[in-house]
Ligand binder design. Sequence first.
Ligand SMILES: [Zn+2]
Length: 303
Amino acid sequence: MEPIQFLSNTTPALTFGKNPLAFGAGSLGGDSARPRYHRGVSRPRTYTTDLSHFLSDNGDVVVEGRAGELALYFGLMVEFGSVMDVEAVFVVPMPCSMPGRRGRCGTRLVVGRPSSDALEWSCPSCGDGGRITSWRRSCFDLSDGVLGAKFEAADEERVDAVVPLEELWAMRRLGGGTAQLRRLLVDASNFGEGYALFEASYPELEGLRDLATAVAELTRGADRRRLDRFAARLDAFRTTLPEFLEPSEGPVNLDDAIAGGVPATAIALARDIATRRGHDDVYVEDLLEAESELEQRRKMLLN
Ligand SMILES: [Zn+2]
């Protein structure tokens, strides 16, 4: 699928030059086209970023501290831009949150790719914006060309995962992970107020869940809770039973079920349910019951 279609599910594409959110010297230079900003919030700033200043020769971030935070902030914008077509502009599921800036704006940023090498970004609320160059082939470049064959969609079954933006954002800021896993989150489209939707296979959901769990261990406070909830949510998304478990005679072979992708949480719950029902073995009905219970939990998490 083309990146632009991924992103355009729910987010209208904007056009350079026709939209007040569009970039270029005119809109960022400060005149009537500049977005309004609120009293008490500092003046909008324009950032010109040559990402290579933050990176080693092989494209990894080498700076620490404040500069490292900035490199990551711009890098997360680059991840969006790197999967866009040239001339595309999107509202992306990333809050305006410049490191070191007083107060939290939090408005979703607009990111565009005016040419193959340059990215531009702006905040429709506070007016911050900028241009990023020298990002190609960096660790933030998640384009098909860089990910290569690994990203070619396998014939695996894929499911839609809906997650709150604040959890997605915590995961993108803190999660790291392979380029393939980060690409899944970058392809997320806006889904209603405060949510994003992305597609993933069961092994990918498992990878993201394990990553979120591991990073949560190292994280404190609100971000830890966000990552824990993100992991729990993905666990619930993984519980759709494969087709081979359509109701049949006899107990389920749990080794087959595990090999077929039924998550450990569903198996454990199904064992409890079977015991409660006085079964010595787990039957398909027990697994289905476990799945529906996990689905209920998932809905509760989303509410
Ligand atoms: Zn802003």
